[in-house]
Design a protein around this ligand. Structure first.
Ligand code: ATP
Length: 215
């Protein structure tokens, strides 16, 4: 496998709170696997995300929902290492570990446009760029609880002064914030939820009574 360029492994890393994983995450994973011709895609639910202030749902729930959302995709691994890491977790550290685990592999960091715009605020972002190719899916400019699902305006990435590859994925105006807000507002039928999250994730959310007090 590791002899010559043609057989170099292509490995993706896709991190997120996944609180909960939704259809846009799933589309992003599928697009990355296909377009980047990945041999493996590590999906990493974050531990203590240094850049998010909201208290996340328990890691066990987010990991369980990631299994439900992604396990049927070939070559995907739900990777719990950031959850088990002591202290704040940084993408640069995870990429270093993956580089050791897949010697000589080409690494890709899969992310949405909002994260690309914030990329220079990341801890050791230059190191991230040295280790991986950024693979970016566009995302609507207005994201969050109030964003209408049907009107999405693409984020303008033309002035981003960083090397990155675009993932060609139809714009999906879904955010986990919006999913949580809807769940907190009123009793939602599982069918209504399935517009936003995969069916098995919707079932898990209602069985475990998650997101009844959104924040
Ligand atoms: P929250 O609303 O809680 O901030 P989120 O929906 O942004 O959550 P995360 O788990 O923080 O979800 O996102 C993980 C990754 O998926 C990030 O790189 C983010 O940019 C990307 N992503 C999430 N939703 C979309 C979307 N609708 N389109 C493109 N990328 C997305």
């Amino acid at each position: 496998m590791k002899h010559g360029n043609a057989s170099l492994q292509r490995v993706g890393m896709f991190g997120g709170a996944f609180d909960p994983p939704h259809w846009a995450h799933r589309a992003l994973a599928e697009t990355a696997l296909k377009q980047l011709r990945l041999d493996a895609l590590h999906i990493l639910p974050t531990g203590h995300a240094w850049h998010k202030t909201r208290v996340l749902s328990p890691a066990a729930d987010r990991v369980a929902m990631c299994h439900l959302a992604f396990d049927d995709l070939a070559r995907v691994k739900i990777d719990e290492r950031e959850i088990h890491r002591e202290g704040p977790s940084y993408t640069a550290d995870t990429l270093r570990e993956l580089a050791r685990e897949y010697p000589g592999a080409q690494l890709f960091l899969v992310l949405g446009a909002d994260q690309l715009l914030a990329f220079r605020t990341w801890v050791r972002w230059q190191e991230v760029l040295d280790l991986a190719t950024l693979a970016v899916a566009n995302r609507a400019t207005n994201i969050g609880a109030d964003a209408p699902l049907d009107q999405a305006v693409e984020t303008d990435l033309s002035r981003v002064d960083l090397p990155f590859e675009r993932l060609d994925m139809p714009l999906k105006n879904i955010s986990a914030t919006d999913v949580r807000a809807r769940l907190g507002q009123a009793a939602q039928s599982t069918a209504a939820l399935e517009v936003l999250v995969p069916e098995a994730v919707a079932g898990y959310i209602s069985t475990h009574h998650l997101y009844q007090n959104p924040s």
